[in-house]
Write a protein of this length. Structure first.
Length: 344
């Protein structure tokens, strides 16, 4: 299955005279919807060099506890590779579905995340962000993002939800493994097209990863390497996605919003300049990304002041805050959502 089309200006005509159409016209005139292939070639080259450097360091260090540092570096680079896969899934790199999918599948195999499974899930999120019944990103067994969701939790999930604000970051250590397992589950349930290709993309890199670890390292060091790598990658991924929507308004069943309001009201931007752009893979410009999923990552920071000014002129609340404050808002929201369970 290739990446499905997102609700962007590439894939459907805009209502003539709508606010969104006027904003789109302004961004197009500024060239902010044009592809930036040179940027992505440079970014992927840097990632490849870093990945190659980590491989050399791994072999040079051999059976040493210093390999923990290698695992930390690999967690960072793995997440940066996942960001490229994300951009490919939104057709930010090329106009061609096929070319984007080649890049996406390659990066999915390197990170252990099924690209095909993830694209289908992520497009559902983009179509219905923070919608209680349709957004898979707020349908998590161990977490509740509203008091209504908390009331439905049972057993161990109820206990986790009760203290979810305190457990949130520790739970993120499992995120990378959960994403990897979700791809295998989708494969087992025959939810993916070209299953033999998907199996090869998931299984062969995993076997190569495990073989390299257990050949070079002692069993204990190999296990520690895996735990450090996968845990830190999970935390990095979770910390990159969590500020985007968690703690923003939840859309309930029956509530109807147009594309512009739906995407802006449920999204939060994270300020901080270019270093935050690099750290979070451009996802800190979440409002702009959700309005124009196919907009190349480096163009988002240039579109941000245009979109913010447009929203202010049209009376549409535009949310942005610092990275630290965004996590504070997320944790306060989670603590409030779990309040009914703490009262029992």
């Amino acid at each position: 299955m290739t990446a499905t089309r997102d609700s962007s200006t590439d894939s459907k005509p805009l209502p003539q005279g709508s606010d969104f159409a006027r904003l789109t016209k302004e961004l197009k005139a500024a060239g902010l919807l044009d592809r930036r292939r040179g940027y992505y070639v440079l970014r992927m080259t840097i990632n490849a060099v870093l990945l190659g450097g980590i491989a050399v360091m791994f072999v040079a260090l051999g059976d040493s506890w210093w390999q923990i540092a290698t695992a930390v570096a690999l967690a960072v680079v793995s997440t940066q590779l996942a960001f490229i896969g994300h951009d490919a899934g939104h057709r930010q790199i090329f106009r061609s579905h096929r070319h984007n999918d080649v890049v996406g599948h390659l990066h999915g195999s390197l990170t252990g995340i099924s690209y095909q499974w993830w694209v289908a899930k992520h497009n559902r999120h983009h179509a219905n962000p923070n919608h209680e019944d349709h957004d898979p990103d707020i349908e998590i067994h161990a977490l509740a993002f509203s008091r209504a969701q908390a009331a439905e939790k049972r057993g161990v999930y109820s206990w986790i939800t009760k203290y979810q604000a305190f457990l949130f970051f520790p739970l993120l250590t499992a995120e990378a493994v959960v994403l990897r397992l979700s791809g295998f589950v989708a494969l087992y349930r025959r939810e993916l097209r070209a299953p033999w290709r998907e199996a090869a993309l998931q299984v062969l890199p995993l076997l190569a990863y495990l073989t390299a670890l257990f050949v070079v390292l002692s069993p204990l060091k190999a296990v520690v390497f895996i735990v450090v790598h996968q845990s830190l990658m999970g935390v990095y991924l979770g910390c990159s996605f969590a500020p985007n929507h968690k703690g923003m308004p939840i859309i309930s069943e029956g509530q109807r919003l147009d594309h512009l309001h739906k995407q802006v009201l449920t999204s939060r931007n994270v300020t901080g300049g270019r270093w935050v752009d690099a750290l979070l893979g451009g996802l800190n410009h979440q409002v702009e990304h959700h309005l124009y999923p196919h907009m190349p990552r480096p163009n988002l920071r240039h579109a941000q002041p245009v979109v913010e000014d447009f929203c202010l002129r049209h009376g549409i609340p535009y949310s942005k805050t610092t990275l630290r404050n965004s996590y504070g808002q997320v944790l306060r929201h989670l603590h409030d959502a779990g309040a009914p369970l703490r009262g029992k």
